[in-house]
Design a protein around this ligand. Structure first.
Ligand SMILES: [Ca+2]
Length: 187
């Protein structure tokens, strides 16, 4: 399986184009980003999914584009208890233009972003109108000395692109999805 490496704070430099995203109404129904809830013991590995529900249609170049064409999902977590190793984009998202520069991601902050390659095939744009579909899979582990408790993955602010968004194919218009935090329950 092709595994793509993650990005961290510095990693977003290559996708500045999406930073121009302007706040726009969410086309269609409200979009949702949701994460898993997992029970993990100290020292054990986990795989955390980020899923997206999106039904959007936008216009670019006189053409209708179905689905999400750009996105930013900045996440913070408790690095005292959790260690992240890598992540992979799943499904059609693997065909997108992506920039990944920093493999050292164990910082308590991780941000995923991308913009669809307009020069490529017309429509591997992310679309999942009926149920949340996995967009990214995060591989990590609970530290051996982690204290029992509930540790959440929350949205945070990306230093370049600011707030989380899903957006149009050209990266110009972005809208704010609702968010269901990830949860690691350490017992
Ligand atoms: Ca929508």
């Amino acid at each position: 399986m092709k595994k793509t490496i993650l990005l961290s704070v510095i990693a977003l430099v290559g996708i500045v184009i999406a930073a121009i995203a302007q706040s726009a109404p969410d086309p269609g129904k409200p979009d949702i980003i949701s994460m898993d809830s997992l029970s993990v013991k100290p020292g054990q590995d986990f795989v955390m999914s980020i899923k997206v529900l999106a039904d959007d249609t936008t216009l670019h170049g006189g053409k209708k584009w179905v689905g999400v064409g750009s996105f930013c999902i900045p996440i913070r977590y408790d690095a005292r208890a959790l260690k992240l190793d890598s992540a992979s984009f799943e499904g059609t998202i693997a065909e997108w233009d992506e920039s990944f520069t920093n493999q050292k991601i164990d910082t308590g902050f991780i941000s995923f972003a991308g913009i669809h390659n307009i020069a490529g095939n017309d429509n591997p744009v992310f679309i999942s109108p009926d149920k949340p579909q996995e967009i990214v899979r995060i591989f990590g582990r609970v530290k051996k000395d982690a204290r029992p408790g509930i540790y959440t993955f929350e949205l945070t602010i990306d230093p370049i692109q600011k707030n989380a968004y899903l957006g149009s194919i050209d990266g110009v218009n972005g809208w704010k999805p609702s968010f269901i935090p990830g949860k690691i329950v350490i017992k």
